[in-house]
Design a protein around this ligand. Structure first.
Ligand code: GDP
Ligand code: IMO
Ligand code: MG
Length: 430
């Protein structure tokens, strides 16, 4: 029996997970998403083209590989259909190699409305949700009200759909939310609902599976399986910067509940981190830069959300958060992305500890959201050269290798590879 390898983000998302999964896919037989939903935006670039995936695993461009959407994932049928259509335009027929768990929950249009209603109710304390309905759909899952992919085949599906929608409408009105003014993609709830219902036909063309049996059978047959995380450690519902988090367990433990595999089957855990740090949406971010350097990171790194287009907040790499991520996830190797963004930086800082009211610590405090955290910065000399065209890790500039060695030393986890451009071909393994 083989082990299941895990790949996940160690910061606040958008570390380049999609790209690394795509690069690693040739080494695997199965790529499986285990949590999250269309709040994710995983970018893959090759052959001059750029592709953004939201629900579909990032192995989909390798048509001979199995891709699985696990039980822990949320599916919004209309977004799913758009994703399938955009893949078809690129000549990728996902019906051939994409399997979907019958137990994956559905995001209804009214979940998306509830997301907006919840954010409105929070006023100034907004999460900055992607408004894809993630929080409300997971809420219904836990409250045992949810509808699952397998239910789309049940004779009473429409009735159950209507019942849940009515509940949402009641709640929204009780929250003083203006249901009539609410729009999704410029459409009213009932206009969007029509498209959503039509999209179910696309969903039903796919093979629904009891994915827990499916994946365990794959492992028994010695197939190599890679679990692809969405969001990231610091957005985890339990261990992230609560309440400024997403609504799923984004961590290694989430692989077990999101796919139905035993903890003992977990093999390598690959953690992805940028050479600096970004965050979209609200919440604490101790190393955030509000100056020119922050703006340069945003511009040079094209730091705009793949799902919402919002500018990402930028700052230096946060070692205490990375160490925390390595601890919670049992990270066995690091993948560092986007050092190329800092090619022209004379100095690169790393936050190696937090100063909280004069006390230095590298522990993530419970009061993370409210504490006055000042990053303690350690400077590293920049490499001041382009990385374009470099094909081997050993040929990287000495100062970049020193920076990477410092990350290894500070986290206690070896770097397996570094990514130096958005393109599939630019991942240098050590
Ligand atoms: P994900 O959500 O973790 O899959 O990451 P996103 O796709 O949301 O964001 C990562 C962004 O960085 C995308 O636009 C990628 O094309 C880009 N990217 C990935 N790796 C690199 C890299 O090594 N260098 C540069 N410059 N861009 C990268
Ligand atoms: P990938 O997989 C970055 C953030 C949102 C918001 C918070 C809650 O591309 O790394 P939600 O829609 O879940 O209610 O939003 O989490 N967020 C992400 N930030 N990358 C993501 O996914 C994210 N998914 C959610 O911006 O702050
Ligand atoms: Mg993303």
């Amino acid at each position: 029996m083989t082990k299941i390898d895990v790949l996940l983000g160690l910061q606040w998302g958008d570390e380049g997970k999609g790209k690394i999964v795509d690069v690693l896919t040739p080494r695997y037989d199965v790529i499986a998403r285990f949590q999250g939903g269309p709040n994710a935006g995983h970018t893959i670039e090759f052959g001059g083209g750029k592709h953004v995936l939201h629900i579909i695993p990032s192995g989909i461009f390798h048509q001979e590989k199995i891709n699985l959407i696990g039980n822990g994932v949320l599916i919004e049928p209309r977004i799913f259909r758009q994703e399938i259509e955009s893949l078809a335009e690129k000549g990728v027929d996902a019906t051939k190699n994409l399997f979907i768990s019958k137990k994956a929950h559905l995001i209804l249009p009214s979940h998306r409305m509830m997301d907006a209603a919840n954010e409105q109710a929070k006023g100034g304390a907004k999460i900055g949700s992607t408004l894809k309905g993630i929080g409300p759909a997971y809420t219904d899952k836990i409250a045992r009200n949810g509808l699952r992919v397998g239910d789309t085949l049940a004779p009473d599906f429409i009735e159950r759909y209507g019942q849940l929608k009515r509940q949402h409408l009641m709640m929204a009105r009780a929250m003083d939310f203006d249901v009539d003014q609410f729009r999704i993609d410029g459409l009213t709830l009932s206009q969007y609902e029509r498209l959503w219902m039509e999209s179910l036909a696309t969903l039903k063309r796919f093979r629904y599976v009891n994915s827990e049996y499916f994946i365990n059978q794959c492992l028994r047959e010695d197939k190599r399986v890679l679990a692809e995380g969405a969001q990231a450690m610091m957005l985890d519902i339990d261990f992230g910067t609560y309440p400024f988090v997403t609504s799923s367990n984004t961590i290694t433990a989430g692989v077990c509940t999101g796919l139905g595999v035993a903890p003992s089957t977990v093999g390598k855990v690959m953690g992805i981190t940028k050479a600096y740090c970004t965050r979209v949406g609200a919440g604490p971010f101790p190393t955030e830069l509000f100056d020119e350097t922050g703006k340069r990171l945003c511009e040079l790194g094209h730091e705009y959300g793949a799902t919402t287009g919002r500018p990402r907040r930028c700052g230096w790499i946060d070692i205490p958060a990375l160490r925390y991520a390595c601890m919670i996830n049992g990270v066995t190797e690091l993948y560092v992305t986007k050092p190329d963004v800092m090619n022209d930086f004379e100095t690169i800082n790393a936050c190696t500890a937090y100063d909280i009211d004069g006390r230095h610590t590298d522990e993530i405090p419970y009061e993370y959201n409210t504490a006055n955290i000042q990053p303690v910065l350690t400077p590293y000399e920049g490499w001041l050269q382009s990385l374009a065209g470099i094909e081997r890790y050993e040929d990287l500039p000495v100062r970049l290798k020193e920076y990477l060695a410092a990350i290894e030393q500070l986290t206690g986890v070896p770097v397996a590879a570094v990514s130096i451009s958005p393109d599939r071909k630019d991942v240098l393994f050590k």
